[in-house]
Write a protein that binds this ligand. Sequence first.
Ligand code: NAD
Length: 504
Amino acid sequence: MTTYKVGKVLHYINGKFVEGVAGKSFENINPFNNEVINEVAEGFAEDIDLAVKAAKKAFDDGPWGTMSVDERMKYILRIAALIEENAEEIAYLESLDTGLPISQTKKQASRAAENFRFYAQMVKSRMVGEAYKVDGDFINYTIYKPIGVAGLITPWNTPFMLETWKVAPALATGNTVVLKPAEWSPLTANKLAEIIHEAGLPEGVFNIVHGFGETAGESLVRHSDVRLISFTGETTTGAEIIKNSADTLKKTSMELGGKSPAIIFADADLEKALDAVVWGVFSLNGERCTANSRLFLEKSIYDSFVERLKERVQNISVGDPLDSSTELGPLIHKKHWETVLNYIEIAKKEGAEVFSGNVPQSLKNGNFVPPTLLLNCHNGMKVAQEEIFGPVMAVIPFETEEEVIKMANDVKYGLAAYVWTNNLKLGHRIVQSIESGMAWVNSQNVRDLRIPFGGTKYSGIGREGGHYSFDFYTEVQVIHVAIGDHHIPQFGKSKKAETISAQQ
Ligand code: NAD
C-alpha cells in the first residue's frame, strides 16, 4: 500500500494555512500503536475570531453569496472530483488517524464525494420556494437565503464523511463556514482544507480551526457573528452547546448519541438478520451512532441465534486498520478504550455473561477491544441503557410484541431501530411504535442521501439530509406583493376630515 507523508496540521483561515495566534500545538496519536503521528496547531478564541471575521467578510462582501448558482456549483463539483482523485490518500489518513479499517474508510471517501455532488444537484433542482395567489389582491412567494457564517462542529467517528455531510450543504446553499473538527481526528479535515484550497474557493468561504471542545469549540458557539451551529457528537456536549448558543440566539442542529435496538422475531430471515446485526455493531469498530447496540431476540430463537453470534464474534478479523482484510481495528484513543473496557467490567458486575472474540497478542500496543457480546442482559442494566460506543452488544430475550416495544422505548435515546420479521403487518406495527428518528425493516442501516437523518429524545433535535438540510442552512423569506386594489386601513384620516369640517 502507498503510504502518505503526514506533516504538522495548521489552521486554514482566509485561504491560508496558518499557525495559531498563541503558537501552541498538540500531539496527534496513532490508535494502532499509541505513537505520535504529528503535531496539530491548537486554536483558541483568537483563532476562532480570525476565522469568523474571514468567513463574515466573505459572506458580506465576497463573491460567494452573489455569484450565480451555476458558478457556485462548479466549485462544489470541483471539490467532489478532487475528493475522488484523492480518495486513496483520504482513506489512508482516516485509518491511520482513527483506527477505522481501510476497507471501510475507502467507502466513506466515496460517500463524501457523493455528499458534494448530491447537494450541487439538490440546490439546483429542489431549493424552490412556494407561491400563493391570495384572491385577486396579492401574490405571496417564498425564497431561501443563506444565513451567514455557519459553525460546524464534528466528532471523531467517521470524521471525513461527517464533515462533508455538513460542509457540502452549508456551502452549496451559499453560507460561509468555520469548521472545528474533533481533536482526536484532525488529518482528513486538513485534507479537506487542502482540497478546497485547490478547488480555488474565494478566500474566507471555508475555514478550519483545530483544537479542543472547551476552548476552540466553545468560542465558536459563543461567537456573536456565527449564525448557526450544526453539531454532531455526544448528548451532553449537545446540551452544553444549546445553552452556550442561547445568548446569541443561534439556530442549532443536534445529531447526538444512540442506543438503538435491533429486534429479531423467530419468523425472520435469520441468516440475513445475523449478517446485519453483526455488521451493525462491529463495523466502524462499534463507534457508530446508529449501531444496534441492544439486540432483542425472540425467546424461541435466543439460544440458537446466540450460538451463531458467538461463531461470528470469534471469527471477526481484528488487526491493523491499514490492512485491507481487517474487520475491526483499535478504538480512537486510550481514554475511550478505557471507558469501553470499564463498561465490560460493569456488565460483569451487573450479572451479564460476557463473551468476547480474540485480539492477537501482537496488537497489545493498540487500543483494541475484542468484539464482545453481553448475554442474558435485561433492559434495566446500565450497559443496556448507556451508549458504550465500542464493539459491544447487549443481548436481551423477549416473549411478546408488547414487551419488546416497551423495552425498545425504555431508553433515553431515540436515534435508529431495526426490526426483522417476515410478517408485514407486525414489521410496520413495531417500527411505527418505536420512538426513533429512523427505522429499518429487514435491513441494516442503508441510507439514501435524499431522506432525513436525525434522532428524537436524547438523540437529537432537527433533521439534516436531503432537502431537510435547506430548512437548517437557509432562512426562508416571504414576500407579499400587492397586485390589486386591496383595502388599507386609513388611520387618522377620518378624524382629520371631521376636524376640518368642524372648523369650517
Ligand atoms: P464529543 O461530544 O466529545 O465531541 C464532538 C465535538 O464537539 C468535538 O469536535 C469536540 O471538540 C467538540 N466539543 C466538545 N465540547 C465542546 C463544547 N463545550 N463546545 C463546543 N464544542 C465542543 O463527541 P465525540 O466523542 O467526538 O463523538 C462521539 C459521539 O458522537 C457519540 O455520542 C456518537 O453517538 C455521536 N455521534 C452522533 C451522530 C448522529 O448523527 N447522531 C453521528 C456520529 C456520532
